[in-house]
Design a binder for this molecule. Sequence first.
Ligand code: LMR
Length: 338
Amino acid sequence: MKRTIFTLGAVVALSQALAVAPALAQTPIIIKFSHVVSPDAPKGKAAVFFKELAEKYTAGKVKVEVYPNSSLYKDKEELEALQLGSVQLLAPSISKFGPLGIKEFDVFDLPFLMTDDARARQMMASPMMVDLNKKLEGKGVSPLAYWDNGAHVYTSNKPLIRPEDFRGLKMRIQGSKVLDAVARELGAIPQIMAFSELYQALQTGVVDGEDNVPSNILTQRFYEVQKYLTVSYHGRLTYALVTNKKFWDGLPADVRAPLDRAVKESTEFFNATAAKDNDDALEKIKASGKIQVHLLTDDEKKAWVAKLMPVHKEMQSRFGKDFIEKIYKASGFIPPQS
Ligand code: LMR
């Protein structure tokens, strides 16, 4: 029995290695960078920035092909394709890592956990991430950087001012179990859906609402098919720039070093661009006059936090109390006294 398992494991490893080999054998080395957002969103811009730097710094030894807007793969497929070596770079939201068999990344979706941009960034670059990064590597996926794209707002076809307003609404969520628990706690009906399907689902009423960052709401034109937007900043959108581990480890040193430099500088570019892009996007959405924008007052926000604290409690059994407390410490979150 043991022998059979070993043999199967070896076959999988061999087929993955063979899938990675062609990308490395080509001259120039082709890096396919697939993502799900618009070329005008912060991730779309950073992908093109990375392409320009990577091609320049490797003096043509590498060619980067960027595929925006899910034109190559959708959310779930892209991670499978990366593991198989059919694509070399992605920057998915870390709320989508559950299907890889890694549940820990969902913890960052605990409501109102991270409100401070600088702190959120520090946290993702801190030694606390070492264990989580190892878990990704164990799945053949190497994290190269984290890109923090700021805080989420809600859109809906009903005003969302009080937690009760969510009752009975079908809300699109990313795959995270914490996001599922948040929607349920609010009395909504969560529906996991690929980002590429969201515009149509909102337009046709398959779902009533969703949460996202303003730059996605603008560039995917969700604001044209939703009536209300609530600036709630209840969660965050963090991307992991990930590659196929075998591919990256197999790169020749004279290619790997300039690519590492391109990753570092693209991360700086992303960090310098995202916050401003999201602020500008919110202003443009308001100026469009197509959607009514409400900024939660302090009292309204307090009511949301109180309503959602049971999710923090419920998730202790999933992640362990100690792990959650470690995350609180790193994020600066202080649970309100109940
Ligand atoms: C979403 O799926 O809502 C977003 O995370 C898409 C993205 O990658 O920004």
